[in-house]
Ligand binder design. Structure first.
Ligand code: 45D
Length: 165
């Protein structure tokens, strides 16, 4: 099967059209679905920097649960912050690893837990089914395209007077 990153376009757009909380919720359901098949020590993971993802994760783990949730919402919403800029300077695969660490942190209750009664809206349900129909390699390409633009790319924004960043 031939596959190009561009084939993700419509799915990436559908993901970004969801409101921020629905994006987080869908991402959580994706993790619960595929979590076991993700192996952080995957061979050939040459562009991943585990120490960088881990140190960013460690900063988030120290926050209160409210701050942890806000940080995740802010990454999706491109809010300027030190962590958003640190995130934006990582490689796409390291960004994926960071989200994976967050999801694992949620599972071990070190990060704000997912509310059991929180439901996906129908657009998110549809997208979830579409994602499940992709093979593993296609899913990873899709998630890279989704997490890549999150945060703030420090090389693309100018100095922010308000935050001093
Ligand atoms: O109260 O090559 C709501 C590596 C609102 C290795 C909420 C890899 C209400 C190298 C928003 C619902 C492993 C990196 C609360 C490859 C409310 C390599 C909170 C692959 C509390 C390929 C919701 C990595 C929250 C892969 C907090 C495939 C939701 C990684 C949070 C995949 C959701 C990672 C999170 C995935 C989801 C991570 C954190 C799918 C994370 C998903």
């Amino acid at each position: 099967m031939t596959y190009t990153p561009n084939a993700n376009g419509p799915m990436v757009e559908a993901f970004q059209k969801l409101d921020v909380d629905q994006q987080l919720a869908l991402f959580w359901y994706v993790y619960t679905e595929m979590g076991d098949s993700i192996t952080p020590a995957a061979p050939g993971a040459s562009t991943v920097s585990p120490q960088i993802a881990q140190s960013l994760y460690d900063q988030v783990e120290k926050m209160t649960t409210e701050e942890q949730l806000q940080l995740q919402r802010d990454l999706i919403g491109h809010q300027n912050s030190l962590i958003a800029r640190e995130y934006g300077s990582m490689s796409d695969t390291t960004k994926l690893l960071f989200w994976y660490l967050l999801a694992q942190g949620m599972q071990k209750q070190a990060i704000v837990p997912f509310p059991h009664d929180y439901k996906l809206v129908s657009e998110a349900e549809t997208l979830f089914s579409d994602i499940k129909a992709l093979d593993f390699g296609e899913q990873i390409t899709l998630f890279r395209d989704i997490v890549s633009p999150m945060g703030v790319d420090p090389s693309e924004v100018s100095h922010d007077k308000e935050t001093g960043l």
